[in-house]
Design a protein around this ligand. Structure first.
Ligand code: FE2
Length: 274
């Protein structure tokens, strides 16, 4: 099956890029499954129900989150009825919403989508490795599930790579999110799991990790904040990862980065876009 994962959508600029590109890409590339990280979609902080509905309307089959999951307080309530919205699985017991969603892909395939947060330089949540084992307990790709998609939302490259290897063979795709800059190490690990340390953001790169550059520069140079962080408003680059998986085993067969629009050099999967 054909899978597209889109990295952290930042603010209005990122949302406009998703709305402008995604419906056409689903048709052009005949995508079976689209997963979007939406934790920075509302002004850079969290997600609203309206924005979640817009992502689903644009063709997303699941929307993942991260450390900003509940920055918009309404998410604490609407997440219960948003059955394709997935917050980190290793949040404390009793947290609203779900850490895993079972999604029917556009081709009818059964897909497990989970979101897990790293702990290095992040909030001290439950052990992400143990959370992964719990999530995949009894789940066998090729038998119970046609594909498993893991969004690992973490700060450090080391924790992300260790997590990728930990999942290798048990998932179709493990993709890092949160740091907003695409890494150049997309590949298929030895066990058949596609991996990329960080997929980058869907946002304006003429800023500081998606935010307008003025306030971050003030804080770094003068150590005194004098305003709020606002998303950078220039044209966004749509950043993601394209994966083709085996319908029998669920393992990845092909992987390629996607970067369209904005200021980054373009990248597209030549195996779909010849
Ligand atoms: Fe984040």
């Amino acid at each position: 099956m054909r899978i597209l994962f889109l990295g952290d959508v930042v603010g209005r600029s990122g949302r406009e890029a998703v709305a402008a590109h995604l419906p056409g890409l689903i048709t052009r590339w005949q995508l079976d499954l689209v997963v979007v990280n939406g934790e920075n979609a509302a002004g850079g902080f969290g997600i609203t129900e309206t924005i979640y509905d817009e992502f689903i309307a644009a063709g997303a089959d699941a929307v993942t989150l991260g450390n900003h999951a509940f920055d918009q307080r309404e998410a604490l309530v609407f997440i219960e009825r948003a059955d394709r919205l997935v917050r980190p699985a290793n949040y404390p017991p009793g947290t609203p919403g779900r850490g895993t969603a079972l999604v029917e892909a556009k081709n009818g395939a059964r897909v497990l989508v989970t979101n897990i947060m790293g702990r290095t330089f992040m909030d001290p949540l439950d052990d992400p490795f143990a959370a992964l084992d719990k999530t995949l307990d009894g789940v066998e790709m090729g038998a119970h599930m046609d594909a498993v998609i893991i969004d690992f939302h973490a700060e450090t490259t080391s924790e992300k790579q260790a997590f990728g290897h930990y999942c290798d063979g048990r998932a179709t795709l493990v993709v890092g999110t949160h740091t907003h800059v695409p890494t150049a190490d997309h590949r298929i690990l030895s066990g058949g799991t596609a991996f990329m340390t960080d997929v980058g953001m869907c946002g304006c790169y003429d800023g500081v990790i998606g935010m307008d550059k003025d306030e971050p520069l003030r804080r770094f140079t003068r150590k005194i904040g004098s305003g709020r962080f606002e998303p950078a408003a220039g044209p966004a680059t749509l950043s993601g990862l394209a994966v083709e998986s085996c319908d029998k085993t669920g393992h990845a067969l092909k992987v390629a980065p996607v970067r369209l629009g904005g200021s980054l050099a373009e990248a597209r999967p030549d195996f779909w876009d010849a």
